[in-house]
Design a protein around this ligand. Structure first.
Ligand code: SF4
Length: 153
């Protein structure tokens, strides 16, 4: 079961969106100089399932999107839980974004998101705001994910 450490409204994580950002713990990636080490602990935070609707209700009038920062332990169970949330959020009329810290290509299960960020944090290359970053930010347009990392530059 996924847990979250904090949430808040932000205009930074998803360009041109007012996003409810929810930080998910249990990250198995071990990026050097991780910017948020608390997310590496599986049991940090509170269970998300019982609180997600309340979190969305709290910001609903100001939000256009929900952004999950992290995907738990990246197990199939965690992916299923996030997929369920993405469908629920879409049904409520908001767009939905996933931040993954894995160095992978877009995976099939990610198709339920409108935005996907991929890639581990490599200090020497910088984060999404750096033009040398290894991380990529994709936006789905007409069912196809398009690399829109330049929106952060
Ligand atoms: S993906 Fe993010 S939270 Fe996970 S280890 Fe890397 S920087 Fe830290």
């Amino acid at each position: 079961m996924l847990r979250y450490t904090e949430f808040g409204l932000s205009h930074q994580e998803v360009p041109n969106e007012s996003a409810i950002c929810i930080y998910i713990s249990g990250c198995p990636n071990r990026c050097r100089n991780c910017h948020y080490p608390e997310l590496q602990e599986w049991l940090n935070g509170d269970p998300l399932r019982s609180q997600l609707s309340n979190i969305i209700d709290f910001y609903y009038s100001q939000a256009t999107c929900v952004c999950f920062l992290g995907e738990g332990d990246c197990s199939q169970e965690s992916k299923n839980e996030l997929s369920d949330y993405a469908k629920y959020i879409t049904a409520r009329g908001l767009r939905v974004c996933l931040y993954s810290g894995r160095d992978v290509s877009i995976e099939e299960w990610m198709n339920c998101f409108d935005y996907v960020k991929l890639g581990s944090y490599k200090e020497e290359q910088g984060d999404l705001h750096s033009k040398t970053t290894n991380q990529r930010f994709f936006q789905k347009k007409k069912g196809v994910f398009v690399d829109r990392t330049e929106l952060f530059w």
